[in-house]
Design a protein around this ligand. Structure first.
Ligand code: AHM
Ligand code: MG
Length: 322
């Protein structure tokens, strides 16, 4: 790989030692998950466990395995104090003397496992506020403005880690020759404007008028503003956001009649993706409020989200206001 920068060397200058230990442990765990995902069809791990998680959703075998792998690897970091996951009801103390806590979606988009579409791991890291010992809920109820590091691993045609420690966004590709992450996407930026909108359009009948009007704005023909925009929806937030990072556009998961607070989870989906988006020059709101300024009050709380290219998010907000 010539002079390409390895993740561990990048972290030497972009984080402190304790935070780097957490990120490196996480990356090691995600290498295992990437391999499991790649070989899933051969090893009998596609399908459900027969259980439902705390949110009433079907648990896939790979959701469960990924969750266990991440807990094991993060415990081994020695500096990760606590763990919150989509797959666990409560929080878990991993290291009583650790300085950081992590909120994760171990395998986002897991409904896409069997169709070979991109899926991923999303994470948000904060400094604990409690003293040494068991972690508390207050450690996890921190606004996104205090996030110390956030990112995602996408398991797609490549495995890529997109990461921010609060100083811009960088992407690292897993080299399958030596199983190391190398800097491949330095200083990622989300374009101010975009020509792609992304949502589960099947829900349109359940949206408020403002959202419906924004969708019809996106699909109206207008040469001057390059409309209609293209509709793209993978159905895994990691996949849809990764495209938004590379190509620009907007991803929305609004509140709707059945889901009054939207579907996506604040602590381990929306905050980390919003942190990355802002670090890349984009914008993320719930339609009105900056996601990073929402005060979390529940471990698995949900929020509506409008995220991506700044001008498109502002255009959506304009429609929601009127
Ligand atoms: P998951 O974390 O349980 O896999 O689900 C979250 C996923 C997101 O990745 C995706 O954006 C959304 O749910 C898709 O929902 P829908 O099928 O309603 O479009
Ligand atoms: Mg998810």
């Amino acid at each position: 790989m010539g002079n390409a920068i390895k993740l561990a060397s990048f972290l030497e200058t972009n984080s402190n030692i304790e935070l780097a230990k957490v990120i490196v442990s996480l990356a090691e765990g995600c290498k295992i998950i990437a391999r499991l995902v790649n070989n899933a069809g051969l090893t009998g791990i596609i399908g459900t466990t027969g259980d439902t998680n705390v949110q009433g959703e079907t648990v896939q075998k790979l959701d469960d395995l990924s969750n266990k792998i991440l807990m094991d690897y993060l415990r081994a970091s020695e500096t990760c104090a606590g763990y919150l996951s989509e797959e666990n009801e409560g929080t878990v103390t991993l290291n009583q003397n650790g300085r950081y806590i992590i909120s994760v979606d171990p395998l986002d988009g897991s409904a896409n496992i069997d169709i070979c579409a991109p899926i991923g791991t999303i994470f948000n890291l904060n400094q604990r506020i409690s003293a040494a010992g068991e972690v508390t809920h207050a450690d996890f109820f921190q606004q996104g403005t205090t996030t110390k590091c956030a990112g995602y691993f996408i398991y797609g045609s490549s495995t890529i880690l997109v990461l921010s420690t609060g100083n811009g966004v960088n992407g690292f590709t897993l080299n399958t020759e030596d199983n190391e992450f190398y800097l491949s996407h330095p200083s990622m930026k989300i374009s101010e404007n975009g020509k792609i909108y992304s949502l589960n359009q099947g829900n349109v009948g359940k949206f408020d008028e403002g959202v419906k009007n924004f969708i019809s704005f996106c699909s109206t023909v207008d040469k001057e503003t390059s409309r209609p925009y293209s509709l793209r929806y993978i159905g895994s937030m990691v996949g849809d956001l990764h495209r938004t990072f590379i190509k620009g556009g907007i991803f929305i998961y609004p509140a709707n009649k059945g889901e009054k607070k939207g579907k996506l989870r604040l602590l381990y989906e929306c905050i980390p993706m919003s942190f990355l988006t802002e670090q890349a020059g984009g914008k993320a709101t719930d339609g009105k409020n900056r996601i990073l300024e929402i005060q979390p009050t529940e471990l698995h709380e949900r929020t509506a989200i409008f995220i991506g290219s700044k001008n498109l998010v502002e255009k959506a907000e304009e429609f929601l206001r009127s």
